[in-house]
Design a protein around this ligand. Structure first.
Ligand SMILES: C[S@@+](CC[C@H](N)C(=O)[O-])C[C@H]1O[C@@H](n2cnc3c(N)ncnc32)[C@H](O)[C@@H]1O
Length: 268
């Protein structure tokens, strides 16, 4: 049986070092990864066995939030930064299922995501999707490029799921978020998930240390206070800052917590 993963790596893709987008895809049960990603992914799982649940809980959170925003909240525009490799229920699929005219811009800086971006561009005829290869550390560039698809005078939901943890300096991460939200009008939303050492997840710390010695990009966990500071000035939607597995989990409210905060803030 052939190994999963593209037979020929696209140009610029490093196959000698594990990359977050591909290892995340591996944990989610996808097929876009190389031996080095599987080796590191398995070592991390050995130290921190719930990492697969974290990845699945994060994607399920994405689905619940986008359904709410595109539905009850009436948000028709999404800027999904740190998109990751296409998976089941990508942001535009969830949003356009509820609101077919939803417009979605995806942003990632990993060339492997660019190579697979075609599946992110399968928009409904009424809506639109676009992919921008850019670094989250350049929010002004992202805003300028997004303007081709999104009307930034109308509310936008900025999705940053599992990505601020790759901006190691907390002040820089805050500045990125503030630059994006300052450019958007009242009624815009910020959707965040972020790993933490405050919600259990024994082995998480050792696993992150191993990751930083063997894979890229380097990662950090944050406290509830640091996570909350990204949402300063925004009105938190109920239930506030919780494990992402518990955010409006409904009938599955007894779902175990995972060591990943999730929250949604609305710009007043
Ligand atoms: C953990 S994955 C999360 C994917 C998706 N948001 C989700 O929640 O399933 C993080 C993604 O962020 C991307 N990423 C990391 N650092 C980035 C940066 N500085 N600029 C843009 N994308 C970045 C990685 O390439 C990866 O695809």
């Amino acid at each position: 049986m052939p190994e999963p993963g593209p037979r020929t790596a696209p140009a610029r893709v490093r196959v000698d070092i594990a990359h977050n987008a591909r290892v995340w895809n591996y944990w989610l049960g996808g097929e876009d990864h190389y031996p080095v990603d599987r080796a590191v992914g398995d070592r991390v799982t050995g130290m921190y066995p719930s990492i697969g649940e974290v990845a699945r809980a994060d994607r399920a959170f994405l689905g619940r939030v986008v359904r709410h925003l595109a539905g009850d909240a009436g948000t028709g525009q999404f800027l999904d930064i740190g998109t990751g490799l296409p998976s089941a229920d990508n942001t535009h699929e969830v949003a356009q299922h509820t609101a077919p005219d939803a417009r979605v811009v995806y942003v990632d800086n990993d060339p492997i995501v660019l190579a697979h971006a075609r599946s992110l561009l399968s928009s409904s005829p009424e809506g639109a999707t676009e992919y921008i290869e850019a670094d989250a550390r350049d929010p002004q560039r992202i805003l300028r490029a997004a303007e081709g698809t999104l009307d930034l005078r109308r509310p936008v939901a900025v999705m940053m799921l599992g990505i601020l943890n790759f901006v190691l300096d907390t002040d820089e991460a805050r500045t990125i978020v503030r630059t994006l939200m300052d450019a958007l009008p009242s009624g815009s939303h910020l959707v965040l998930t972020h790993p933490t050492l405050e919600l259990g997840g024994e082995g998480n710390e050792a696993a992150m240390r191993f990751w930083n010695e063997n894979a890229t990009p380097p990662i950090t966990a944050r406290t509830r206070t640091e996570f909350a500071s990204f949402l300063d000035g925004l009105t938190l939607l109920e239930p506030g800052i919780v494990s992402c597995s518990r955010w409006r989990a409904g009938a599955t409210a007894r779902t175990p917590e995972v060591a990943q905060f999730g929250a949604v803030g609305r710009k007043p």
